[in-house]
Design a protein around this ligand. Structure first.
Ligand SMILES: *Cc1c(COP(=O)(O)O)cnc(C)c1O
Length: 416
């Protein structure tokens, strides 16, 4: 059964009515299912078991400490993109040697932090970054493990804002330049060339571009091997999509078997960096209807969650299902836009939805576990939402709702 399901006319998470959570913790509130998180991770482990991969959860999708801990206990490694994220995963008790560090703009300070922690690998995105890392490692008397993020120039066929593997993207080292950059890396004294990686985009609903990207990397690996540069791991990135409405995400087992075929007989450790597919459908954003505003040409359900809580609809015109927490059989549905209180026309969570709701009702914005809380902001001086993790009937508040005092604290300090 889906972790989020109706029991009679009440929407539940696992064994608990969402209405109970709203009563105890207030709204807006992110609610996650521990079971759904666990199932998503073990599905990867099971599908890829023959390859014994290092599954590095890309924490920018959802970096709550409790969620990191849950994945760490299941054996996850982590993919990080900043010094802040490094501090987070270490605070969650992650093993440093299971961390890969991605991102185009690593500062010298971030490199130093990661070197001192002893991470598994730096995913390097440019020649100048390579030179900087060599210098930072040299000062510390350390050898930095590096992988080059190669841009395989494969079209992920997803939204342009989340497509990263094409020539014009800021990410990665161009495929045609990669061989020479590897030779340069291998000649630098404070670097240890250990792997190769790519990440071509997010929310992919077809796995074939991912497989095509791997084929390109393998061809390069062979060429490097002939030149005396032998890599130990290949990192295929993340990017597998989830179902928001009617998408059919790639079948994990079928994807895994394609990867398995290609890695058969090679002494290459598989690393991967899934984000969205581990957390996206394990969370919802719980919100309350403040007003029903009936208009001449449009109706609106004005709710207490907004684009500052869940930016994806405003940023990418992304679709999220929106379900009433209580179903009313006797209420006729209203065609409406579900909007927040923020002073922007782009502040919407859903458009043209048929919802049988009245003021005061609760709504669940579905598939909000990925790129929800991590992209949230304080725009319009709104405090960030609470986050609750549910297991069975048990709730754990894993992030307190931010207070206005906390929000103003840094500014007050400057006036004293
Ligand atoms: C964002 C990101 C991921 C995770 O992508 P998903 O689509 O959420 O799986 C993996 N690797 C890198 C380098 C990323 O930037």
């Amino acid at each position: 059964m889906n972790a989020f399901h109706y029991h009679h006319d009440q929407l539940q998470v696992e064994d608990l009515p969402l209405a109970d959570i709203a009563r105890e913790f207030g709204t807006p509130c992110f609610v996650y299912s521990a079971e759904a998180l666990t199932k998503a991770f073990t599905a990867y482990q099971n599908a890829f078991s023959a390859l014994d991969p290092l599954i590095c959860y890309a924490i920018k999708a959802n970096s709550n400490l409790s969620i990191l801990q849950l994945f760490a206990r299941l054996g996850a490694g982590f993919d990080i993109v900043s010094g802040g994220e490094l501090a987070r995963v270490l605070a969650a008790g992650a093993r440093a040697d299971k961390i890969v560090f991605s991102g185009v703009g690593k500062s010298a300070a971030e490199m130093k932090m990661a070197l001192e922690a002893g991470i598994h690998c730096f995913n390097i995105e440019s020649v100048n970054e390579l030179l900087r890392l060599n210098e930072v490692a040299g000062k510390l008397g350390l050898k930095a493990p590096v992988s080059l993020r190669v841009n395989p120039n494969v079209d992920a066929m997803t939204h342009p804002y989340i497509s990263t593997g094409l020539k014009d993207n800021k990410f990665g080292i161009a495929f045609d330049m990669a061989f020479d950059v590897y030779r340069e890396a291998a000649a630098l004294p404070n670097l240890q060339v250990t792997g190769i990686d790519c990440h071509i985009g997010s929310q992919l609903t077809d796995a074939s571009p991912l497989v095509e990207a791997l084929d390109r990397l393998l061809a390069l690996i062979d060429r490097l091997d002939e030149a005396g540069i032998t890599l130990q791991h290949v990192d295929i990135g993340g990017g597998l999509g989830i179902r928001y409405s009617d998408e059919t995400p790639p079948d994990l087992a079928a994807y895994a078997s394609q990867i398995e075929q290609r890695l058969a007989g090679r002494a290459l450790k598989l690393v991967m960096e899934p984000g969205r597919s581990l957390v996206g459908n394990a969370g919802v954003l719980l919100t309350q209807v403040e007003y029903l505003k009936l208009g001449e040409s449009k109706n609106f359900a004005v709710v207490d969650a907004a684009m500052n809580d869940l930016l994806r609809p405003s940023l990418y015109s992304a679709y999220h299902g929106i379900l009433p927490v209580e179903q009313h059989a006797n209420l006729s549905p209203l065609l409406c836009d579900v909007v927040g209180p923020i002073c922007e026309s782009s502040d919407f969570l859903g458009k043209n939805r048929e919802l049988a709701v009245k003021e005061g009702d609760l709504l669940a914005v579905m598939s909000a576990g990925a790129y929800g809380s991590t992209m949230s902001s304080n725009y319009n001086t709104r405090t960030r939402a609470a986050e609750v993790l549910v297991s069975g009937k048990e709730t754990r508040l894993i992030r307190r709702r931010e207070t206005l005092d906390e929000l103003l604290a840094n500014e007050k300090a400057l006036l004293q």
